[in-house]
Design a protein around this ligand. Structure first.
Ligand SMILES: Nc1ncnc2c1ncn2[C@@H]1O[C@H](COP(=O)(O)OP(=O)(O)O)[C@@H](O)[C@H]1O
Ligand SMILES: [Mg+2]
Length: 361
């Protein structure tokens, strides 16, 4: 077992067992009805490590498998293969059938739609009291529980009188803060946040991101932050991992990865982020064409030539640039520049070669 994580500029994760480690995770969904043996591979060979107090962003376009990964890790979906280690303990082996209360108290999930996770018939206080009771984190007296409720509200930046409100009386941002308070009631070590801000107005998104950062800084909670918004990944996450068609294709320190994307898919994602420094380089038509080619592909759309090694073998990880940045890429089109500290960007595929790829079975 190798728990070594390369050095990081922020949290000191190098000498500790990671908070969460996902190894070779795979997930296939059956398709085509009960009698069909066909399946759709939503995840394949995913390896991901989150150190203690570290925030890792998982980015990728809609349908790439981000939520499936989070749902497998949260035990809401049964993985087809692989292992999930929480604080070094293999949880799939420990809790074979259902996720145990011990598991739930270590790991919590925050969803995109906070309204969907809050029963409209109950007041905010009900949700929080219930979590405190289930996980026995409310203290031994009514006074202690009341104090804990008020503390939770303060932590997530809400007034205590919100405890008496119904979910429909709250704004989107307040609801997401309540959903976060409910996960905090459990005192988790890891939070998986699946697009927690994508249904919020732009003006309140930053507040929720800042709250997540505060929880990491003050309580050392580790987080997987799922988003398709690269700017927020850069703002919040220490590291960013890129998912394409159910596989991680690139990962690194957020600033380095987003400044020097090495996989053509990451380059495609980055090219969609408005950036004054790259003024004039963004070609929306070109991007739309590339995106269409990528989304129409069942495997790697950048694998232009069926005779290339891309088709036959899985690419291996290449380190990109300075080891400090823990940046790697998996792509046959990536060629490290020999003897140089920098790296060569992967070639952008031509649309002609992509058409060939799409015809390949
Ligand atoms: N329960 C399911 N049954 C069949 N296919 C599913 C199921 N859940 C997800 N998928 C498929 O898995 C792929 C990845 O979905 P998802 O993880 O939701 O992607 P993302 O969160 O990145 O948008 C999609 O093609 C989706 O249709
Ligand atoms: Mg999703």
């Amino acid at each position: 077992m190798n728990h070594a994580v390369l050095s990081s500029s922020r949290p000191d994760v190098s000498s500790q067992t990671p908070a969460l480690e996902v190894r070779g995770l795979g997930k296939s969904f059956p398709i085509g009805g009960l009698l069909s043996r066909q399946s759709f591979r939503a995840l394949h060979g995913v390896d991901l490590t989150i150190g203690r107090g570290e925030i890792v962003a998982l980015v990728g376009e809609s349908g790439s498998g981000k939520s499936t990964l989070a749902r497998c890790v949260a035990r809401l979906e049964k993985p087809s293969s692989g292992a999930i280690l929480l604080d070094g303990v293999d949880v799939l082996n420990r809790d074979r059938v259902h996720a145990s209360r011990a598991f739930r108290s270590q790991l919590q999930m925050v969803f995109q739609d906070p309204f969907g996770s809050l029963n409209p018939a109950h007041r905010v206080e009900h949700f929080l009291r219930r979590s405190l009771a289930i996980h026995r984190t409310g203290g031994s007296s009514d006074t202690a529980t009341q104090q804990r409720l008020e503390e939770l509200m303060t932590t997530v930046g809400l007034q205590a009188d919100i405890l008496n409100s119904y979910p429909h009386e709250l704004s989107g941002g307040q609801r997401q803060r309540v959903a976060i308070a409910r996960t905090l009631a459990v005192e988790p070590r890891v939070i998986l946040a699946d697009e927690p801000t994508s249904m919020l107005d732009v003006s309140v998104r930053i507040g929720v991101l800042n709250l997540m950062r505060k929880l990491r800084d003050e309580q050392g909670i580790s987080m997987l932050y799922i988003t398709h918004d690269l700017a927020s990944a850069r703002y919040l996450a220490d590291r960013t991992a890129v998912m394409f068609a159910g596989e991680l294709v690139e990962e690194g320190e957020s600033l380095d990865l987003l400044a020097k994307p090495a996989h053509p898919y990451t380059q495609l994602l980055v090219s969609a982020v408005p950036d004054p420094a790259r003024a004039g380089s963004y070609d929306p038509v070109r991007r739309a064409e590339l995106r269409q080619a990528v989304m129409a592909s069942t495997s790697c759309a950048f694998d232009g030539d069926p005779n290339q090694t891309c088709s036959a073998e899985e690419p291996v990880r290449h380190r990109v640039g300075d080891p400090e940045n823990r940046h790697w890429v998996r792509c046959h089109l990536y060629h490290p520049r020999a003897g140089a500290g920098g790296h060569a960007l992967a070639a952008e595929p031509t649309l002609a070669t992509q058409r060939t790829a799409k015809q390949t079975p």
